[in-house]
Ligand binder design. Structure first.
Ligand code: SF4
Length: 435
């Protein structure tokens, strides 16, 4: 296997100039941006970007931070190598987090892989060539990479390396390009976007960046913040979100737990009381804010009482959106060697209980919208259903949140903003009519 730093190097070294290439993207929105940059650079170097069926070279941009994600990535690698064996592919390249974390093991185990390329290092200057993989009306903008926080259960900082922010000029230039292309909604992403600028500007600069983003956007009407870190959320940031119409009243802030001893064991740098005060402050300053959060159950040493405390916290705080995860024991993390690892069956039970409690809360919070008129962005027409469109309100991020089923006699297009009168709600979705 020829060592290659980047995919372009590999193609150059392998006489694969102008080869047709396809990418399988796995994992999170941050990985999706990496795949867009890989494709942008390949197209720039004269390669044809095609579907898997007609490609010479298949690239899988893997995810590798927890067990389930690793398994999914390995399954795709095996499938691609089968296609290569059948002569349907010439080359298979494995990129991304799994490749970065287990490069040598993968090379050992899968001799037919042609190149193993780790993660693409974020460029802090300039605007990377990108082949958008999202629908043309919305885009993810990665403003920084990795994080400082060293949560004891998380391997990402080890995979992604040193925290790096893009310069404001680099981010603003990219957003100007997206705006000129008619993009209507952008999602600001990173591992911890609330650390933005701590490296290059020596201070938390997300609020300052947002003020400048607002000033350069015309077509873009919605700016959404994904992956904030609770302990880094500043009053200035909350005020900007509250004040600026274009910034969605939506905050994605994984809390992970609420028990003080476990927050310490997770190295989350925030206490139970500080968390409660933060949530109250956010709700107090941003009326009707939608808080998306996430919790890990089954962290080593988590007792039944600790879990009950988390469950009661979720009942009391009534978050709009909750993602639940079972603790995944990852070698190379601090928590890996912690005593009192919780049995898988108990983790599963706790996750089921958490999501059952949240389901009732989610339904009742969704029902609050019945009778209201909401601004909705249309993503697509529902297949095999006339006059029904799939959309999202400012309270719904793509892929991870619910939908608004929009009934409209007039033709709508992806990217249209419409006002919708809500007439029904389920746990996660809304139903309404265009007005
Ligand atoms: S904030 Fe914590 S969980 Fe998130 S990427 Fe950083 S170390 Fe991992």
């Amino acid at each position: 296997m020829k060592p290659s730093k980047t995919i372009q190097d590999f193609c150059k070294n392998s006489d694969l100039q102008r080869a047709s290439v396809s990418v399988v993207n796995l994992g999170c929105a941050r990985n999706l941006v990496d795949s867009q940059i890989i494709l942008g650079q390949l197209r720039h170097n004269g390669h044809h970007i095609v579907d898997m069926d007609s490609s010479d070279v298949a690239i899988v941009n893997t995810c590798g931070f927890i067990e389930d994600a690793k398994k999914e990535s390995l399954d795709v690698i095996v499938d691609l190598l089968k296609l290569k064996k059948q002569g349907k592919l010439k080359k298979v390249i494995v990129a991304g987090c799994l490749a970065q974390r287990y490069g040598s093991q993968l090379a050992e185990e899968f001799k037919d892989i042609d190149a193993i390329i780790g993660v693409q290092r974020l460029q802090s200057h300039g605007v990377p060539d990108q082949e958008l993989l999202t629908p043309s009306h919305f885009a993810y903008v990665k403003i920084c990479e990795s994080c400082y926080n060293q949560c004891s259960f998380c391997i990402i900082p080890k995979i992604k390396g040193k925290f790096i922010s893009r310069t404001m000029e680099s981010v603003l230039d990219e957003i100007k390009q997206l705006d000129a292309r008619g993009v209507k909604e952008i999602h600001m992403i990173g591992q911890d976007i609330t650390a933005y600028g701590m490296d290059i500007y020596r201070k938390n600069s997300l609020a300052a960046l947002l003020k400048r983003v607002i000033a350069v956007t015309d077509n873009i009407q919605w700016i959404r913040l994904l992956y904030t870190y609770p302990a880094h959320i500043t009053d200035e940031l909350i005020e900007v979100i509250a004040r600026e119409e274009k910034i969605c009243n939506y905050i994605d802030m994984p809390l992970q737990h609420i028990n003080d001893r476990l927050l310490k064991a997770m190295n989350r740098k925030i206490t139970r009381q500080q968390t409660i005060d933060l949530v109250k402050k956010v709700r107090g300053l941003i009326p009707r804010v939608c808080i998306r959060t996430a919790f890990i159950v089954g962290m080593p040493t988590e007792s039944q009482d600790d879990f009950e405390e988390l469950l009661q916290f979720v009942r009391d705080m009534r978050f709009e959106k909750v993602g639940g995860f079972v603790y995944s024991r990852e070698e190379g993390t601090l928590a890996y060697d912690m005593p009192h690892q919780v049995p898988e069956s108990v983790k599963k039970e706790r996750l089921d209980s958490l999501m059952t409690v949240q389901q009732d809360i989610s339904r009742s919070l969704q029902e609050r919208h019945i009778g209201e008129t909401l601004k909705v962005i249309i993503d697509e027409e529902q297949k095999d259903e006339k006059n029904i469109y799939l959309g999202r309100s400012e309270y719904d991020a793509p892929e991870v949140d619910g939908l608004v089923y929009v009934h409209s006699k007039r033709k709508l297009a992806a990217g249209d903003f419409v006002m919708v009168k809500v007439r029904d709600a389920t746990e996660y979705d809304l139903v309404g009519d265009v007005i």
